[in-house]
Structures are given as C-alpha cells and as structure tokens.
Design a protein around this ligand. Sequence first.
Ligand code: CA
Length: 306
Amino acid sequence: MKHKLILSALFCGAALFAETPVEFKVQPEMEWKKLDGGEYAVERTADLKHNAHLMLIMPELKPETFYAIEWEAKGENVENNGMVQYMLAMEQTVYPSFMVGKDWNLYRRYFHTGKNSSGRVSIYVRPPFAQKLQIRNIKLAELAKADYENGFTQDFEKENTLPGFWIRSWKQKEFAADIVKSDFINGDKSMKLTLKGMDSAAIQSAVFPMVPGAKYKISFWAKGSGNGTMLFIFNAFNDGVTQTPPQNIIRKECAIETEWKEYAFEIVYPTDLKKFASAAVPMANLAFSTRIPEILIDDVKVELIK
Ligand SMILES: [Ca+2]
C-alpha cells in the first residue's frame, strides 16, 4: 500500500522520486539565461528570427529503459496560446508539447531510450512572438519496472492552476482544463473542463509506460454541469517515436450526470504489434472530449490487475 501511495504522488507530479536520479547537463542557448535557484529564463522580442533552445544533455542513459523528466514552468505571451513545443531527441526525434500559464505549474513526462545510451531534450521558443518563458527545478530519473508496473493515479491534489500532465488537443484554440477547488469524495482539487467559447472541450494526457500483455483497470470520476456525454479515449501511443499514431484501445461515449459517478474499463495492453504498431514502445495516453459546458474530473487511475 505504501508503494502505491508513492506511485500516486509521482503521477500527479509531486517532487518525489522513488526512481534513480540521473545526471544531466543544462545548456542555455541564445537568449536563455541561467538565474539563481536552478531557474532558467528567456525573454524575447518579436523581431528575433531564430529558435532559442534550453538544451538538456543526457550523456549516460540505459538503452531500452523508461525515464521520467520533471520541471516547473510559467510564461507570458507564449507562442501558440501557451502550448510550448519541446524536442525529445533519442533514436527518433519527436516534438511533444506542454501547456504553460502565468503561474508556476509542474510538468512530468516519460520517455523510452530505445537503442540509445544518450539523448537530448530541448525546451525552446520560436519566432515571431515577443514572449517570456521560465523553467526551474528540472529533474531526471531512471524508472525500474517496479516504478511503473502497478499503474498510475492522478488526483490533481499537487497541481497548481493547470493540470501539467495534460495537453490541448491540436484542433482547439483554448486549453479547456483548469485546476479548481471541488466537492469530490476525497481531496480538495479536481480538473475542470470548460467550453471557453468553443463547440467542445477536448484535452489529452501526456504518454506514460505500460506493461505489454498486462491486464489493467482504467477508471475516472466525473460530474457535469448538466447531463450529456463525454468521449473517453485510451490509446496505445508513445509520442510517435515508433512513427505511428495514437491507436484507440478504449473509445467510449460516457453518460455524464450532475452527480459524481465512476467510469471504469478493463483492458489488456496489446502485444499484437501487427494490429497495434504503436505498442512497440509500450506507452499509453488518455483523452476526454465533451460538449457539456463544465465537467469536473478526478481520480484518473490506470491500475494493473494481478
Ligand atoms: Ca482530487
């Protein structure tokens, strides 16, 4: 039980590492400056024509291993309405993203090394906007199988204003999710989806490691401002390092009510790589989409069934 509690804290972004911390080097390039207290900041004018990279160099990684990287970020006038792209350069180079706001929020991302024994991550800003971005408390850790095989829980209790593990869906103009005080059965905070003037509110999570062939219970709690439906998706997805798109393992319209209700599914993480090419690097992500004006979400759990 104690172990499970530690894992819960990890997934919701607490600065708590049960895993093995790993050395890395931070290289601030162009306009990036190193400040006191492990903080890096960039402030740019709209006339600059080049990208500016905050480069994380990871010289000693283990091949075929999962790692977790954490940082805190805040920004102003950041490009693409707050969605910052970063570069993960391992065997393949991919460009995932994270959503920043005006307050500090905590971010945690998982990646797999593949055949590589070194790699780079760059958080970078691009032209042509005047923008300010601050990053601090960067951490890198190696995950043993015991660190992720029991699954994950997200209860949003350690989050600040934005759910740092969630990403704006690419078709959406606004980031539909915030962290709010709530009346959920436990804890004080939940994630709230709001239409914000859009036809629908849609978000997706970052990717996290899974165990091939293992049986999981996937569940969450939700409560709407009115009755309606919310599409829930659980994908085999690895940020495209296998050059394959997200593949639905669960795709279900859930009937949402104005009282808290639990929604639960059972799946086996795929091993048939002909059908699920994205499971070749075994990771997953979650997505929600709804036309209900407001929905609270809490206790998003991915639990291995033994
Ligand atoms: Ca909560």
